[in-house]
Design a protein around this ligand. Structure first.
Ligand code: 13P
Length: 289
């Protein structure tokens, strides 16, 4: 059964580790993330952007696929199905469809609007036992056509949003989605410290997990980050392995064209990334499996 992220993040804060959110794009992705988490006895969050939800055939399709896998693959570690960077309507649609968690990203709206929408969604999620992630200070890079600059959040605004009762808060600390530019100055731990002071026990979320050094990841966790989102790194791993298979001409040999063979190296490559991240984030063996 899907669970909200509340309990797993509370345990993560206590245990000084972070739970990985791995974005999914299709059946292979979903299966790879679930199996890797199970093998590592780690809780896991499946992230679904609005675009990925549409691609996979709609939110209800995603809910059906994930619930089916939990049962048929005997996944016993805690699994949360979470809308990533949702708008107000997207969040409501996912709640309706059976997601166990949603992110409402009001970071591009004026703070008053972000507060009003977050407040309403907190009420709906609490009543249903779901978790809600809010965002302050937009995360840079591009995701589903939304481009942010990697700004640092205003700690006071983070405190205001945290006090609305959100389950977790994504605060921009100079992080961006996708590849980091060569001249990236790194995460702003000064901002992270100031945000943590304002939000108290509300778990913080680090977006843009791809390409952040191990040292910075560990420092972020030590300062209150309890959820780390990874997307692009799995995509690169899948791309590289699939390209290799084709360049080696394996699709031309025997039944190498069979999608179950063609997509197998990419599937395994995603599992490797997920296992590595779980170890780095410290959530391995956090639960029984
Ligand atoms: P990356 O694609 O940089 O790993 O970021 C993922 C993310 O933050 C999803 O919300």
């Amino acid at each position: 059964m899907l669970v909200s992220a509340k309990e797993m993040l509370k345990n993560a804060l206590k245990g000084k580790y972070a739970v990985g959110q791995f974005n999914i794009n299709n059946l292979e992705w979903t299966k790879a993330v679930l199996l890797a988490a199970q093998e590592c006895s780690s809780p896991v969050i499946l992230g679904v952007s609005e675009g990925a939800g549409k691609y996979m055939g709609g939110y209800k399709t995603v809910v059906g696929m994930v619930n089916g896998m939990l049962e048929c693959l005997n996944i016993t570690v805690p699994v949360c199905l979470h809308l990533d960077h949702g708008g107000y309507n997207g969040a409501k649609a996912c709640i309706e469809a059976g997601f166990s968690s949603v992110m409402y990203d009001g970071s591009h709206a004026p703070i008053e609007e972000n507060i009003a929408n977050t407040k309403e969604l907190v009420g709906i999620c609490n009543a249903k036992g779901l978790s809600l992630e809010a965002e302050v200070g937009s995360i840079g890079g591009e995701e589903d056509g939304v481009v942010g600059k990697g700004e640092c959040a205003d700690p006071k605004e983070c405190g205001e949003i945290a006090r609305l009762g959100v389950s977790m808060l994504a605060a921009g600390i100079g992080n961006i989605h996708g590849a980091y530019p060569d001249d990236w100055p790194g995460l702003s731990f000064e901002t992270l410290r100031a945000v943590k002071k304002e939000v108290g026990d509300v778990p913080l979320v680090l977006h843009g997990g791809t390409g952040i050094s191990e040292e910075m990841i560990k420092e972020a966790i030590s300062l209150g980050v309890a959820k780390i989102n990874v997307n692009t790194e799995c995509q690169w791993a899948f791309q590289k392995a699939t390209r290799q298979y084709i360049e080696d001409g394996k699709d031309l040999v025997g039944k190498g064209f069979d999608p179950r063979k063609l997509l197998a190296p990419g599937f395994e490559a995603i599992k490797v990334v997920v296992r590595e991240k779980i170890k780095l984030f410290g959530s391995e063996a956090a639960v029984d499996s």
